[in-house]
Ligand binder design. Structure first.
Ligand SMILES: NC(=O)c1ccc[n+]([C@@H]2O[C@H](COP(=O)([O-])OP(=O)(O)OC[C@H]3O[C@@H](n4cnc5c(N)ncnc54)[C@H](O)[C@@H]3O)[C@@H](O)[C@H]2O)c1
Length: 349
């Protein structure tokens, strides 16, 4: 039985605890959160026996095989380096860090220590995405020419997920002082991975970011509201394809929607994910349907979740994807997007 400890008892921590509870061969035995009451409540809710407020103490006392890091982004590096130094396998939330230099340091440390390391790019769990990658590599849609990808949320304009003005769970995501890199760092990383996993490496970007006014003095309490909440990226892929990738927190009508359209010279693939729907279905246009401009639905066999694949990686001693090196690669794309926005020009990644 693989003994797991979780760092961060917030919303995503709860999701992870529920997911790991369905994976055979592992047991969540310890939780660590700076907020002692939250850690205790979390332990009670998920049947976890050991509760900590200090990661070093958890690593020293809990007899763990692996750690999953689910804190706000700015603490991922420190937590991961401590866990790696203690020889633990690690699943780390996205983004891996808040800069390419930090992400690269984490990837190198994990590799040197020989621990299993994965980054939680959750949308890799989509069977449709996995199938799209296979279809493209089999040449079914020919040479990829054009890509359109978006990740839309609306929590700044709706209250479906609570009131961002009063809830620290949302406020830290709006504040650079709290380690946020805005919508680009938060979910832009998902859509950049979602587009480049099937299509191929991103070689150049031209990015425009915008932080809209949303409170008096652009501040609420301890939280300066200074990070981007919309991002537009013009992308060039190493294989020559062009694309647009965009994301925003202001998309009324979309709680959590990812869309990917990939156009090749002999066909096209579309994936639409809306919350829990669409993960296992893609639309394909190929063969005689090209001349009719018609898509047909393809049901894709479910693929294992990242939680299953993390545990299986530990059991087999073989690191599955996406690993920390992939996290660092994406961080490089993000850093280049920020620089491109600052300099208002296209930059090579
Ligand atoms: N993969 C995904 O699809 C996905 C979805 C949501 C969030 N996330 C990621 O998960 C992470 C957490 O997000 P969330 O929504 O759960 O945030 P949250 O604010 O709901 O929870 C974060 C928790 O971490 C705790 N914490 C803060 N600093 C800590 C520290 N130094 N040590 C221990 N605990 C600490 C906080 O007290 C809080 O309980 C973020 O990196 C976010 O990007 C990923």
């Amino acid at each position: 039985m693989i003994r797991l400890g979780i760092v961060g008892a917030g919303s995503m921590g709860g999701h992870q605890a529920r997911q790991f509870s369905t994976v055979p061969g592992c047991e969540l035995v310890a939780v660590c959160d700076l907020d002692a009451a939250r850690a205790r409540d979390f332990a009670a809710e998920h049947g976890i026996s050991e509760v900590y407020t200090d990661l070093a103490q958890m690593l020293a006392q809990a007899n763990l095989d692996a750690v999953t890091i689910v804190t706000p982004d700015s603490y991922h590096k420190d937590a991961a380096l401590q866990a790696i130094a203690a020889g633990k396998h690690i699943l780390c939330e996205k983004p891996l860090a808040t800069s390419e230099a930090d992400a690269t340091e984490m990837a190198a440390a994990a590799q040197a220590a020989g621990v299993i390391n994965m980054i939680n790019l959750s949308y890799r769990d989509s069977a449709a995405l996995q199938r799209a990658r296979e279809l493209i590599s089999d040449g079914l849609i020919g040479r990829v020419m054009h890509v359109e990808a978006s990740y839309l949320q609306s929590w700044l304009s709706s209250n479906a997920w609570g009131d961002w003005r009063t809830d620290p769970r949302w406020l830290w995501r709006l504040s650079s002082e709290h380690g946020s890199k805005g919508v680009l760092g938060d979910v832009g990383i998902h859509i950049l991975d979602f587009a480049s996993f099937p299509v191929g490496e991103i070689s150049a970007v031209n990015c425009k970011l915008k932080c809209f006014d949303k409170a008096d003095g652009d501040r609420i309490g301890d939280f300066p509201l200074d990070v981007n909440d919309s991002a537009l990226i013009r992308v060039e892929f190493a294989n020559g394809a062009l694309g647009t990738v965009h994301t925003t927190r202001w998309a009324c009508g979309h709680d959590n929607s990812l869309r990917l359209r990939i156009f090749g010279d002999t066909g096209a693939i579309t994936i639409d994910i809306n919350m829990d729907e669409g993960w296992e279905k893609l639309q394909l246009c190929e063969g005689s349907n090209v001349n009719r401009a018609r898509f047909e639905a393809v049901d894709c066999a479910a693929s294992p979740s990242i939680y299953q694949r993390f545990i299986r990686s530990i059991e087999r001693g073989h690191n599955d994807q996406p690993d920390f090196a992939r996290g660092a690669e994406l961080q490089r794309v993000l850093d280049t997007c920020f620089e491109s926005d600052r300099e208002d020009r296209t930059l090579i990644v």
